[in-house]
Design a protein. Structure first.
Lengths: 309, 380
């Protein structure tokens, strides 16, 4: 079994056939999404539920602990469908059992828990995508989470997004223009998170299927600025198109996402736009403008036209 | 979320943190009690940094000056925030130090800053500020405060360290993401006072922070968004009380983008809204609330619904929309719904059976155009 994630950028972000377990699979949401992920093609090899008495649910074996599940199935990835205050425990259980990629869906994970989780995954050399994310996908092959099928289509674009719904909208329109995705990672809208934009960039730059990168950012935090720094450091030669939401938001007001808050000069649209544009990205404020630019191959400016599917 | 200074002080004073004697003034003629003698500091209660430099803090020597300062500050807008109250405090004497503990979200660590020369110009004297990056652990933060204060002269140092230990303990007890005390007054007799206090709390931790929950409930008027989320489980923010378009939207990012898209077209939304269609579960209550709140907007001339349903069935959502619109007859403006996802045809049938109480348009840009039609159509 190959590891799902490695630090080196010569391997994919995630293997499409990765053996995956679902933590919290016997809950209402967990069961539903496990079914949908399987239907999409994800190799769901087991579920974990400490309180479940049944051996199987919808034909998938259910285990009491992650350790049992990993021992029996060889899983290296997990999708945790557990409530926000249980996410930290779920991550600890998964990583202790040897899981190398964990996606946590729940919104509302306290910062202190996220910090503790980050330390756990870092010291284990694992990767965590979340919290508060619709997950990730390799369209047509793999879905870890619940990105909507109507927006998923195989194609040349790498997508990294803080916002679920805004990325659904953008990708739906791009698919309508014939442009699907090579890899789509929702990083979530929280301030402390497992995977940040800059962490994904190396994978998208080395992935031959990714010919353009779409960044769905928003006000707050410094992730877009970090991405800009990474674009410079890695001499990013693929066209990067960024949409940054929240230019009308006042300082100090949190807009739904815990991380979407402006404090002083950090987190502003101006700071993010300047950083990304300075690193060679095209930055947009309207969805339509971004979609038009990507679809009409505005990447020509960099000699990297993205051809339609 | 950043607490107002007055609330942060009340919270920490109850834990034994010394703060200046003060009162909260909401009117110009507020009279300080006998225990609160001149001179005073008059401080606008807004939850943003840089308040002093923006003119939000005054010193008043006499009752007349106090009245004048209150008159100038109350009702003013500073850094985009309306000043609804001022904290009137006794002036404190002492050495002005600085202490802050803040979250480095990128690294998941904490930054500790301290200085024996605090004050409003702290940023201008970065050279006087000592800093350390430490793990997110109380012991390590206290250790950093001990080390960084090593150059301070005794006995100031002992007092400062004692204060730092108390304050750091509160940072962790309340699951704060930022604690800044500037100035932190230190006196030769070993006493200290938190002159100003900034405390940012983690909204996601409120569920296990009963004291903070109580504070927000008690002071719901000062924290309308957070208190609404505690009560109703979703986000609704009045962006502009005079906004023209009421938004019923799901997803924080797309909802924020909707505000931007309307602004690009020269129009102002009344509200931000992340209703979370996935959590409706057959109950129209959230929709009813949102329609009611929007109906209360005096300038709202149009409602725009935007649901990009990944998983949620639109037929179900349509039934709830019809039910909710019926329950809020006071909402008399045209309603446009941009719907996309599973069950679109069922949704159309549900609306038709109900006599089409709203217009449906699957394309977002066209839906925005329809929603703006009552205002002489979309501007280029």
């Amino acid at each position: 079994m190959t590891a799902a994630v490695q630090v080196s950028s010569t391997v994919p972000f995630v293997a499409p056939e990765v053996a995956t377990i679902v933590q919290g699979m016997t809950g209402r949401t967990g069961r539903r999404h496990a079914q949908l992920m399987r239907a999409y093609g994800t190799r769901i090899v087991g579920g974990v539920s400490p309180r479940s008495d049944s051996d199987k649910i919808d034909g998938v074996p259910v285990f009491k602990t992650c350790i049992e599940a990993v021992a029996a199935t060889g899983a290296v990835a997990s999708v945790a469908m557990v409530p926000p205050l249980s996410v930290l425990d779920a991550i600890r259980d998964a990583v202790t059992a040897g899981i190398k990629l964990i996606v946590t869906i729940a919104e509302g994970m306290p910062v202190r828990d996220a910090v503790a989780a980050l330390e756990i995954v870092r010291s284990a050399g694992a990767r965590w995508v979340g919290p508060s994310t619709p997950g990730l996908a390799i369209p047509g092959k793999l879905k870890l989470g619940f990105l909507p099928d109507v927006s998923l289509h195989p194609g040349p674009l790498g997508i990294m997004a803080k916002s679920g719904t805004l990325s659904y909208e953008v990708c739906h329109r791009l698919v309508g223009r014939g442009l699907g995705q090579s890899l789509w990672v929702g990083v979530g809208g929280d301030p402390v998170k497992g995977t940040r934009f800059a962490d994904i960039l190396p994978f998208m730059l080395t992935d031959p299927h990714t010919r353009g990168i779409v960044v769905i950012g928003e006000i707050g935090g410094s992730e877009e600025e970090e991405l800009a720094a990474a674009m410079r450091a890695l001499r990013c030669a693929k066209p990067v198109y960024a949409l940054i939401a929240g230019r009308t938001v006042r300082e100090g007001v949190t807009m739904g996402h815990a991380g979407a808050i402006i404090a002083g000069d950090t987190g502003t649209i101006a700071s993010k736009t300047t950083a990304l544009a300075g690193a060679g990205a095209q930055v947009f404020t309207r969805i339509r403008d971004l979609v038009d630019a990507v679809a009409t191959g505005a990447g020509k400016a960099k000699g990297e036209l993205v051809p339609p599917i | 979320m950043m607490l107002l200074e007055h609330d942060a002080k009340e919270l920490l004073a109850a834990e034994g943190v010394p703060v200046p004697v003060g009162m909260l003034a909401t009117t110009v003629d507020a009279e300080p009690p006998a225990t609160l003698a001149a001179p005073w500091m008059v401080k606008a209660q807004i939850a943003v940094g840089g308040r002093g430099k923006a003119g939000g803090i005054r010193r008043a020597e006499t009752a007349a000056e106090l009245r004048q300062s209150l008159g100038e500050l109350l009702g003013r807008t500073i850094k985009g925030q309306a000043v609804r109250a001022c904290l009137v405090e006794q002036c404190i004497e002492g050495m002005e130090c600085y202490l802050s503990v803040s979250l480095d979200a990128t690294q998941g660590r904490l930054r500790v800053l301290l200085s024996s020369q605090g004050g409003v110009d702290i940023e201008a004297h970065a050279g006087r500020v000592l800093s350390a990056d430490v793990a997110f652990k109380e012991r390590e933060v206290i250790e950093a405060a001990h080390q960084l204060s090593g150059t301070m002269a005794s006995p100031v140092r002992d007092t400062f360290v004692g204060a730092a230990e108390r304050l750091i303990a509160e940072f962790f007890a309340f699951e704060a993401t930022l604690l800044e005390v500037n100035p932190l007054f230190v006196r030769p007799n070993g006493a200290w006072t938190a002159g100003d206090l900034k405390l940012a709390i983690d909204d996601n931790a409120l569920v296990r922070q009963p004291r903070l929950r109580d504070l927000i409930h008690r002071r719901a008027e000062a924290y309308p968004e957070t208190s609404l989320k505690l009560d109703h489980g979703f986000d609704f923010v009045v962006v502009d009380a005079d906004g023209e378009i009421g938004l019923v939207t799901t997803g924080a990012g797309l909802s924020m983008q909707m505000l931007d898209e309307l602004a690009e077209r020269g129009h102002c939304a009344f509200n931000f809204c992340d209703i979370r269609t996935g959590e409706l579960r057959g109950d129209p209550a959230r929709l009813v609330h949102v329609f009611q709140w929007i109906a209360a907007g005096p300038k709202v001339g149009s409602v725009l619904i935007n649901f990009f349903a990944g998983i949620t069935h639109l037929g179900e959502v349509a039934k709830l929309l019809v039910e909710a619109l019926k329950a809020v007859p006071e909402l008399r403006v045209p309603v446009t719904a941009r719907l996309i996802g599973n069950g679109y045809d069922e949704a159309i049938a549900v609306f038709a059976a109900a006599g089409n109480p709203l217009r449906v348009e699957p394309d977002l840009d066209r839906a925005i155009g329809l929603a703006l039609a009552p205002f002489n159509g979309p501007r280029p």
